[in-house]
Design a protein around this ligand. Structure first.
Ligand code: ADP
Length: 176
């Protein structure tokens, strides 16, 4: 029987290139595109993505909405809005955990067997990377314990130091 941590993979590269059922976008509340991974996803998916996003009426921090993947290999894009880091006293940890849970719930509801996440909130939203990575791994690990889907979750890191943080957090999860 496969254990939860066998279902979690760590990959270094560009999330827009991944051949998974759904990629997650670190969007903003307007859902109309922005910088960082959001800009990269909108460029790679094409203009039609923005047209579908306009119909969604935005998204709250900690929540998620799903669209088609358009020109991406991924069938779906799950758009979630991470919290802006404000020092840790404004419910940021719970909001970030909620981004992972809500995204995974949408993946299950849409029969996604494989899902890839970027490191939500760790770019312009300034969430401390080590804390954000622990929340990502812990929340996903808990979710997978009670759900057969998604079968595989890929944490897509833009650089090797970030991938190392994920590897460490994953080995902490295995030991706990
Ligand atoms: P946020 O606004 O949630 O902080 P950002 O897009 O600024 O979102 O950054 C989130 C993370 O995504 C950062 O760690 C950044 O290095 C990473 N990132 C940026 N572009 C890509 C990409 N094409 N693929 C994967 N990760 C990316």
């Amino acid at each position: 029987m496969s254990t939860t941590h066998d279902r979690i993979r760590i990959h270094t590269g560009d999330i827009t290139k991944l051949d998974v059922d759904a990629i997650v976008n670190a969007a903003n509340t307007s859902l109309l595109g922005g910088g960082g991974v959001d800009g990269a996803i909108h460029r790679a998916a094409g203009r039609e993505l923005e047209f579908e996003c306009r119909m969604l009426n935005g998204c709250k921090v900690g929540d998620a909405k799903i669209t088609k993947g358009y020109n991406l290999q991924a069938r779906h894009i799950i758009h979630t809005v991470g919290p802006v880091w404000q020092g840790g006293g404004k419910g940021e940890a719970e909001l970030l955990a909620s981004c992972y849970r809500r995204s995974l719930e949408l993946a299950v509801a849409n029969d996604c067997r494989s899902v890839s996440f970027p490191a939500i909130s760790t770019g312009v939203y300034r969430y401390p990377k080590d804390q954000a990575v622990h929340i990502a791994i812990k929340t996903t690990g808990h979710f997978l314990e009670s759900s057969a889907l998604p079968e595989i979750v890929v944490f897509c890191c833009f650089d090797e130091p970030m991938a190392e943080l994920y590897r460490r957090a994953l080995s902490d999860l295995q030991e706990s």
